[in-house]
Write a protein that binds this ligand. Sequence first.
Ligand code: KG4
Ligand code: ZN
Length: 336
Amino acid sequence: MKILSIETSCDETAAAVVENGREVLSSVIASQVEEHKLYGGVVPEIASRRHAEAIVPVVKKALSDAELTIEDIDAIAVTHAPGLIGALLVGVNFAKGLSLASGKPLVPTHHLRSHIASNYISCKKLKPPFLCLVVSGGHSHIVMVEDYTKMKVIGKTRDDAAGEAFDKAARTLGMPYPGGIEMDKVAELGDDSKFDFPRPVVRDAPYDFSFSGLKTAVINLIHNMEQRGEIIPKEDICASFRKAVVELLVSNFMKAAEDYGIKTLVVAGGVSANSLLRKRLAEESEKRGFKFFKPDKSVCTDNAAMVGAQGYYEYLSGNIADLSLNAIATLPIDYR
Ligand code: KG4
Ligand code: ZN
């Protein structure tokens, strides 16, 4: 079964063709990052306008790269939630128009479920049940994936997402948006024991995260050093901050796996590209005899191939929308 998939939840206009949820026949991404860099973050109205301009050529290219036409497609999957509402509406309305014109079924797909599904592309053997750490620019969740379309959140951030914490700390250091990527590179050059940042815990909620205190600590440190006219040791700050974020993520995730008796662990979302997080999760999993899966770096950040992967399983589960489908800015991962 071939699915044409569309993703416009944030600042990438993406389309792909995916066969049976696992084989990527084409994947096209038009990134707006360079434009948003000018403002230090995503400007929602600009994002919507750029999606409106890019959506037709991106979908056409996804079909032509796969050497297919719309007649060869079995269903159209689209990210309908969560995300920037104006950005989501562009993809949803385009998919509805295409579904109406072509008569192909329309499959609404949750963005975070799609991040999890990026692993089905990278690891062909991977099947639920497993425990997944979903870490992106907007979310940090520990999710019990009982089946492809049945999941339960067992831990989440109480304030900032991990990606957001990386981006804000990086911005204070003068790094371009999205700072998490740059911070990861610069951290490789630093000493991670130079600064002892706090490791906040959420009382009575051992699987929940809190990153805002850590973010404030790094921002205050940088501002205080600037006020004293000191040279900012960027590399050491990046290394120490990255270590603190990764330690918090890994320790709660391992605790959840042990407590729930789950032996297959998976990571997903933009922050899953972080080199230290990938390394530490692999090490800690091996120590405990867990199997650990991670997506290829090429599908960690937003793309439509992952939407096609999850869309396949949504279709199989009967999640098919009519033309009243709407975009939703906030929707829990276990909404159905
Ligand atoms: O999943 P994603 O592409 O978009 C959302 O759904 O939010 O995640 C983007 C986030 C950004 O915050 C970005 O800085 C972060 O993922 N990110 C990283 C790395 N690569 C991307 N954070 C840390 N280390 C990286 N290597
Ligand atoms: Zn995302």
